[in-house]
Design a binder for this molecule. Sequence first.
Ligand code: AMP
Ligand code: MN
Ligand code: MN
Length: 321
Amino acid sequence: MNDLERIAEVLAGAESVLLVSHVSPDGDTIGSTLGIMWALRALSVPVRVACDDPVPQEAAFLPGAELYTTEPYAGEDVVLGVDASDMRRLGNIVAGVDVESIILAEIDHHSTNQGFAALNYVRETSATAELALDLVRVLGAPLDGRIATCLLTGLVSDTRGFRTSSTTVDSLATAHALVAVGGDLGLVTDRLFNHVSPAARRLWSVALADQHLDEGILWIDLPLALLESLGEGEPDTRGLIGLLISFDEAKIAALFRELPEGGIDVSLRSRPGIDVATVAYALGGGGHPQAAGCQLPGALSDERPRVLAALKQALLAARKA
Ligand code: AMP
Ligand code: MN
Ligand code: MN
């Protein structure tokens, strides 16, 4: 029996299951988690979904998004981490988990994942949603339009609408299977890409006015004062970095965002052939070759040059390859 089959077996036989989406959640972690949740509910398995941070606006339309809580681990006998490359990405939700006495499992597609759980269904795919469809199938739950729309959200979110170089024939086969059972591709695409919030629009217009281009690295600082001056609402930095890496001169795009608790969040994107996951991993973070990130403890003005130097090395390595 492989880990996928073992995970399906322990989930189906559990008295209570906790599904955990990663901190700073995106469409893939939310969509994959909710797809698995509906499959387990169809099999009458008691299941709860949790995340340290709120469901982002672009995934809030999904059925079950309102069921999320920030309530930490509460004695469930199986915990499944979804779309997280390491335990820290599951946040405080799993702080009380004793890995010796319960079953910790994970389903994930990050290239930097080292297999942190007892049961790991980890494969490099375009989205965790591809793996979540495998799990739903092995569980034997009926694949309906509701599950399909959740999983399609994960797939469309991580492939930016089937436009990333990570998109493969398997991604398209997954999309085909999900649309065939009633997944609403039009709705998913509209919710993910056509609803830039007022807060994001304000952020983009201010941030884009202060871009820096350094040897093919297009970077922007997002100091706390700037973020606070924008007023209410969640600042959508994912849309912003997606825009940056679409600019012609950018080989790598980087956002340096000051965190209210101190330190900075670094968000990285690159052109195919340039690997930013290795840089992020070396700095204690992780991700995919073309989309990665990390959190660093120091001040923006100290950390940024360190990251830029590492990114220049990644550009050199890509040129030599
Ligand atoms: P983001 O720029 O926040 O959209 O993140 C891009 C990719 O990097 C996503 O796949 C994240 O899961 C991953 N990532 C971001 N920060 C971290 C971190 N601290 N540790 C591991 N992976 C991360
Ligand atoms: Mn994710
Ligand atoms: Mn993902």
